[in-house]
Design a binder for this molecule. Structure first.
Ligand code: ME8
Length: 526
């Protein structure tokens, strides 16, 4: 693929669609921020990006939550969805679309998907008798239920016994194909440990999947099976389809038909580890049964605890939208975004604590990056009246900075393609470290005392300013507002068509820019 192809190649990233039975919290914000960073990076790299999020509004869990609050499911969904949408606005999330599964564009397409599966003889009528986890909206086998003493493995609540007629999807027919596909595509489930987990569970064999529930048991809420008005589509089949219905597939003769055909297959479905099986077994099997390509990658990240414990409202450590707002008020939205992606390897579990946040903030942002920008601008102001001097030839002292900048540029796109925010940020941090060390080694404050060294002094400060430009540019997808403020202090505005990979090339600041007096981007917190 040549560079132009790479640039125009669409990039499609999705988050799970969140249930509206409860309010948003840090976990939801984590997945959505990660998706936003990917979307911003690839947009900045010139790709045609589609970023989808939304809400999952059907299922027994929503019906029950609504009942407990004396509301209809629709009323509950209409109320809770606003909380998600406002949180995404507050966190500067740049999703291109927001799908709600109660929308007609979705409901009618799900019916079409089911109709096509029926046409292909992938669905048959049977009866389900067994256990159901209503919190997870998941059918549980007898042996798995026994293992957890008939309680939910996720929330510990008792499993519910279901006995009713149901339509089945011939999932078992697709197990060999799924195994073959996952084996042939090492990157399709990440991290690798999750891929192994799915493969070994698949090899143990899988039953057909119940994909409908009696409509009366859901109080009429849900998407009606196209072949049987007494049944509603199983909420997971309904929900997973959103990734396609939102981009206008399958065609049903409305204005959404084919709107995002170029985005499929999705580049990555970001999810939490709790919903791995649905995304790596049910969803690709459905697509295979329809002879459709499957998503390139499902990336399952870990779970957050808070202050060392599982989040719970009764423990008082639940990081709700209100708590997120307090954190963002104290630090900033950008710092919150940075912390979530920096503090924990994407894929691993992590703990949120105020102490860890303050520690990283002071060490990495205030002392590391903030200090570098301040020192650089201060010296340009003090020694060159705020006018950026010209650079000189790179000598051995510059080499470490140039190498770190080059390494960052070479690694950035690959890191983002692998959702490896850790590697990406390590490379940025390396460049910050190399530049701070460069200042120590070259000691510009000493050179400033010697008139005859003015050329060398200017070249050193140019090197610092250029490194800062590159650092701020690469941190922009994570911290868009703060980095824009930093670039403004540098008096730098990138050409509008410039891609981030081009921006990463050394030597773009023109001498003569009038830098501002530094205003700390990250004031130290006591
Ligand atoms: O599962 N730490 O919706 P949901 C990190 N509607 N991430 C967390 C988390 C935590 N403690 N808690 C939740 C559903 N998440 C379905 C999805 S998709 C077709 C249907 C995040 O509201 C994580 O991304 O329960 C997880 O997968 C998602 O929220 C589950 O959200």
């Amino acid at each position: 693929m040549d560079a132009t192809d790479a640039m125009s190649k669409p990039y499609y990233v999705t988050t799970p669609i969140y249930y509206v039975n409860d309010v948003p919290h840090i976990g939801h914000s984590y997945t959505t921020i990660a998706a936003d960073v990917l979307a911003r990076y690839f947009r900045a790299d010139g790709r045609d990006v589609r970023f989808l999020t939304g809400t999952d509004e059907h299922g027994i869990k929503i019906v029950k939550a609504a009942g407990e609050r004396g509301m209809s499911p629709k009323e509950l969904a209409d109320e809770v969805v606003v909380g998600f949408q406002e949180l995404w606005k507050d966190l500067n999330i740049t999703n291109d679309d927001f799908i709600r599964t109660s929308q007609e564009r979705h409901e009618r397409r799900v019916q079409e998907i089911i109709a096509r599966l029926i046409e292909r003889d992938e669905i048959y009528l049977g009866a389900y008798e067994g256990w159901y986890d209503e919190g997870q909206e998941e059918f549980i086998t007898e042996s798995a239920a026994a293992e957890t003493e008939f309680k939910s493995a996720v929330n510990g609540k008792p499993l519910v016994r279901y006995q009713e007629p149901t339509y089945y999807f011939r999932l078992s027919n697709w197990v060999d194909k799924l195994i073959e596909y996952i084996e042939a595509n090492p990157g399709c489930i990440q991290p690798q440990a999750r891929r192994n987990e799915v493969l070994s569970k698949l090899r143990m064999g899988v039953d057909d999947l119940s994909i409908s529930r009696l409509k009366e048991k859901l109080g009429g809420w849900g998407i009606e099976m196209p072949n049987d008005p007494t049944h509603s589509v199983y909420v997971w089949v309904d929900a997973l389809s959103n990734y396609r219905t939102a981009i206008g597939w399958p065609e049903i003769g409305d204005e959404h038909d084919g709107v995002g055909a170029q985005y499929w297959p999705a580049d990555v479905h970001l999810i939490g580890k709790d919903i791995l099986w649905f995304h790596t077994v049910y969803w690709p099997a459905m697509l295979m049964a329809l002879d459709e390509p499957v998503a390139r990658c499902v990336f399952a990240h870990g779970w957050w605890t808070a202050e060392g414990k599982k989040m719970s409202k009764t423990l008082g450590n639940f990081i709700s939208r209100e708590t997120i707002a307090e954190i963002c008020d104290e630090y900033s939205v950008d710092v919150y975004r940075y912390f979530l992606l920096r503090a924990v390897t994407f894929g691993a579990d992590g703990d949120f604590s105020h102490e860890a946040l303050q520690g990283r903030y002071n060490n990495e942002l205030a002392n590391g990056l903030g200090n570098l920008l301040n020192r650089t601008l201060n010296m340009i102001n003090r020694y060159f009246d705020g006018v950026l001097p010209s650079g000189g030839d790179a000598g051995p002292e510059e080499q470490a900075v140039l190498d770190a900048a080059d390494d960052l540029r070479q690694s950035a796109t690959g890191a983002m393609e692998n959702c490896d925010f850790g590697l990406y940020l390590d490379k940025v941090t390396d460049l910050i470290g190399a530049t701070n060390r460069y200042i120590e080694v070259t000691a510009p404050f000493k050179l400033a005392k010697d008139e005859s060294q003015s050329g060398r002094l200017g070249a050193i400060l140019y090197t610092c300013a250029e490194a800062v430009r590159i650092i701020l540019t690469y941190l922009s997808p994570l911290m868009p507002e703060t980095m824009a403020a930093g670039l403004e202090q540098l008096d730098w505005k990138a050409p509008s068509e410039q891609t981030i990979s081009d921006a990463g090339q050394w030597g773009q600041l023109p001498a003569g820019l009038k830098v501002m007096k530094p205003e700390p981007l990250f004031p130290r917190k006591q």
